[in-house]
Design a binder for this molecule. Structure first.
Ligand SMILES: *Cc1c(COP(=O)(O)O)cnc(C)c1O
Length: 400
């Protein structure tokens, strides 16, 4: 090991060995656009830190442009936006809502917290999105809505789901946590449902640490969405000068984030194209450079059907066996590359069994959950980072 003086610290005699371990490649990290601190300082210097000020409005306007219209309401999280949708749909005990078993818990907790029953349905093996035949088979006289996830921002079968929901008089809610910037046949994800929900958690493409939004596409719900979000009051109308005081009107809770969060979100949304270009660069390199290895070893790469354009939210591989899921994650970990698996099937989870119903076994979900690996994907990855991930994956030999 040849020690090398670090120029900045040389005066203090600090040295680092040349073979110092390289920094780990992080699985996810918020991207700093450089504008967050400036906009945050504007809020801090202003007398208004609570929600629904200029930055909330600016963020909602920027989002509207990305989700194809609708009325957009910032929320503290995607989970809260889903809960808000459940309140607006008046979901309650005895109601059933169909949702995928292969998703994050929030899709189901938002249903269960109202006392309604999440009905877990399997996903298709290709896109890992809701299997519409299985959705249809799961409908009962009690079904009120379908909550759909665009997994990895790849459009679910929205045409069929929309038609099915319209025929049966059901609401369609897009959990669009992965899908901001994605589209189906040129139409933005988030514009197909009665409602759509967005997430700005710091694992998502744009972030305010925690954060979310409800998109209301059916105008019937717009006025009530404002009221429920504002502790059951008509404060939004008051702020627009439409009433001279605001009063308690309806059910409600506090579903608005502060201007501090909104300011950070505005900085991120203004840099959306830059963030997306960086993410697509990483996604595209994985897709191209891992293809021969994947072919040779029976590994399935992410599939994007014709007509779908995705926002490079995640990159996953489906390995030949569960042993390879653990094996690849360990192999990458030894090379300082952080990779993870998800989701644990909701239908067989402790709360899923207790609070939900599973009309037929979610076999694809169980199978894929045991074999899927997600690779690092965020806008801060450098070409060298991606080289390291690719080289590390290519050096892995599946056992099956
Ligand atoms: C991240 C995520 C959520 C939850 O988002 P929060 O903003 O953290 O509440 C919900 N659904 C899906 C599919 C997600 O990926």
């Amino acid at each position: 090991m040849t020690p090398r003086a670090l120029p900045a610290l040389a005066g203090r005699g600090a040295v680092l060995p040349v073979s110092a371990p390289v920094a780990p490649v992080r699985f996810t990290a918020p991207y700093r656009t450089g504008r967050e601190a400036e906009l945050l300082a504007e809020v801090l210097a202003s007398p208004m830190w609570h929600g629904d000020g200029v930055f909330t409005r600016a963020a909602e306007e920027l989002l509207r442009g990305r989700v194809g219209g609708g009325s957009v309401h910032l929320t503290p999280s995607c989970t809260h936006a889903l809960e808000l949708a459940a309140v607006l749909l008046d979901l309650g005990p005895g109601d059933e809502v169909v949702c995928p078993s292969f998703t994050f818990t929030s899709t189901a907790t938002a249903i269960a917290i109202r006392g309604a029953t999440p009905v877990f349905v399997d996903v298709r093996p290709d896109t890992l999105n809701l299997d519409v035949d299985a959705v249809e088979a799961a409908l009962t006289a009690r079904t009120r809505a379908v909550f759909v996830v665009h997994y990895g921002g790849v459009a679910a079968d929205v045409d069929r789901l929309r038609a099915l929901c319209d025929t049966r008089g059901l609401a369609l809610v897009e959990d669009n946590a992965h899908g901001l910037g994605g589209a189906w046949q040129g139409r933005p994800l988030g514009s197909f449902g009665t409602f759509a929900t967005q997430s700005f958690h710091d694992t998502k493409n744009v972030t305010s640490g925690e954060g979310g939004a409800l998109v209301v596409n059916d105008p019937v719900f717009r006025a009530r969405a404002e009221v429920v979000r504002e502790k059951g009051t008509d404060r939004s109308r008051f702020l627009r000068g439409e009433v001279d005081r605001y009063t308690w009107q309806d059910q409600g809770s506090s579903y608005l984030p502060s201007e501090l969060q909104a300011a950070v979100l505005v900085a991120q949304l203004e840099a959306f194209d830059e963030i997306q270009a960086r993410r697509h660069r990483v996604w595209g390199r994985y897709a191209a450079e891992l293809a021969p290895w994947a072919d040779e070893h029976g590994v399935r790469q992410m599939l994007v059907p014709d007509g779908a354009s995705h926002p490079a939210h995640l990159y996953h591989l489906v390995l030949p066996s569960p042993a390879d899921q653990a094996g690849l994650i360990r192999h990458l970990g030894r090379r300082e590359v952080s990779a993870v698996f998800h989701y644990q099937p909701l239908d067989s989870s402790p709360a899923g069994r207790r609070l939900g119903r599973t009309p037929s076994p979610c076999t694809v979900t169980a199978d894929v959950a045991a074999r899927l690996v997600r690779l690092p994907l965020h806008a801060g990855l450098t070409e060298t980072d991606v080289d390291r991930v690719v080289d590390a994956v290519l050096a892995y030999r599946p056992t099956a």
